[in-house]
Design a protein around this ligand. Structure first.
Ligand code: UD1
Length: 333
């Protein structure tokens, strides 16, 4: 069975991808420095899958430790999740974003080249589309960045495209995630952001448990069916399945290819709030405030490429995303 190395393996998407790979029978070697995650995630992954995870605690930029891991294991491919991902923080501390996101990728690629490993799945983001005028958004849409976080993803995509054009041994999938939400249905792993959340689902869960007084809905006058922002929410287990499909089929991709991972459907903030209220059977405090600067009215994927390449498509509904988030938050049994 192939062995895959995961950087940032203890994080939200990394941990769910560990589960998907182990359940498919693959071996997983995990690296994380717990900058935004917790060490007990591995035990939980083992509890879900009944399989063990070999894990290492260091920063991916530590070249000698990374080379030692490749020396210890025969690695067939790498999924590179490790990186910083908060938009607002990236505006305040841009250099940290470039050091961590670009630095970890550069060290990883250097070590992979030395070790003759040319199979890579990279965590990109739909943020690289900026404010797309095309909906649904295909991979061919124009790219732009409006903050250092997005720019770090865009620069890395460009670096990886240059690399693969210069050396045809590379097989690289640039996975552009839409809005990952939800949690494992077991309630054992989920999103656990350190600090104040900015994204809609973590904000709503903090309103449910009283850590935040109310949900502020950013804008009710967008050109959308109910006036609130529309996004393509994707259940994290579906997203993990997308990584499994990508890594198992990298051989069929020569060069570097961008692939959207989204459902292809949009849901408004209002719909998300109503789904939470329906699942909990109670109303949640909320109010309407001004639009958040930089927010688009609507953003959802053209998800046809992943379906054509790998027969991959999402299976989970908004209701399941909300139920699993609530179970992870301890609000549902
Ligand atoms: C945000 C980031 C994006 C990043 C993505 C990661 C911004 C401007 N964009 O995208 O770069 O890749 O997270 O998941 O930060 N909303 C509210 N009230 C809230 C929070 C959100 O009304 O308290 C609304 C937003 O206006 C939006 C929707 O909920 O319409 C989703 O917001 P969010 O979860 O932050 O995701 P994105 O804005 O899509």
């Amino acid at each position: 069975m192939p062995t895959y190395l995961l950087t940032g393996a203890a994080g939200f998407i990394g941990s769910h991808t560990c589960v998907a790979l182990l359940e498919a029978g693959h071996e997983v070697v995990a690296i994380d420095n717990f900058a935004n995650s917790h060490a007990d995630v591995y035990e939980r992954v083992e509890q879900i899958t009944g399989r063990s995870v070999k894990h290492y605690d260091f920063d991916v930029r530590d070249r000698s430790q990374l080379a030692a891991v490749f020396g210890r294991h025969q690695i067939d491919g790498v999924i590179h999740f490790a990186g910083l991902k908060a938009v607002g923080e990236s505006v305040e501390r841009p250099w940290e974003y470039y050091e961590v996101n670009l630095g970890s990728t550069m060290t990883l690629i250097s070590v992979m080249r030395e070790q003759d490993c040319f199979n890579l799945v990279f965590s990109s983001s739909a943020t690289v589309y900026g404010e797309s005028k095309i909906l649904p958004i295909p991979e061919s849409a124009p790219l732009s960045a409006s903050n250092p976080y997005g720019r770090s993803k865009l620069i890395i995509e460009d670096m990886l495209r240059d690399l693969s054009s210069s050396d045809n041994r590379w097989h690289i999938a640039l996975l552009r995630y839409f809005n990952p939400v939800g949690a494992h249905p077991s309630g054992l792993i989920g999103e656990d952001p350190k600090g104040r959340p900015n994204n809609l689902f973590p904000v709503i869960t903090q309103v449910i448990d009283g850590r935040l007084p109310e949900l502020q809905i950013f804008g009710d006058d967008y050109d959308t069916p109910d006036g609130t922002g529309v996004r393509d929410y994707i259940h994290v287990c579906d997203l993990a399945g997308g990584h499994l499909a990508a890594v198992e089929n990298l051989g069929g991709l020569g060069g570097a290819h961008a692939i959207n991972l989204g459902s292809g459907n949009g849901h408004s903030v209002r719909e998300v709030l109503e789904q939470f209220q329906a699942v909990l059977g109670r109303s949640l405090p909320h109010c309407y405030v001004a639009r958040r600067p930089g927010d688009a009215a609507s953003c959802y994927a053209d998800a046809s490429r992943a379906a054509e390449l790998w027969s991959w498509r999402t299976t989970k509904t908004l209701q399941e995303m909300v139920e699993d988030s609530c179970r992870w938050g301890g609000f549902l049994k």
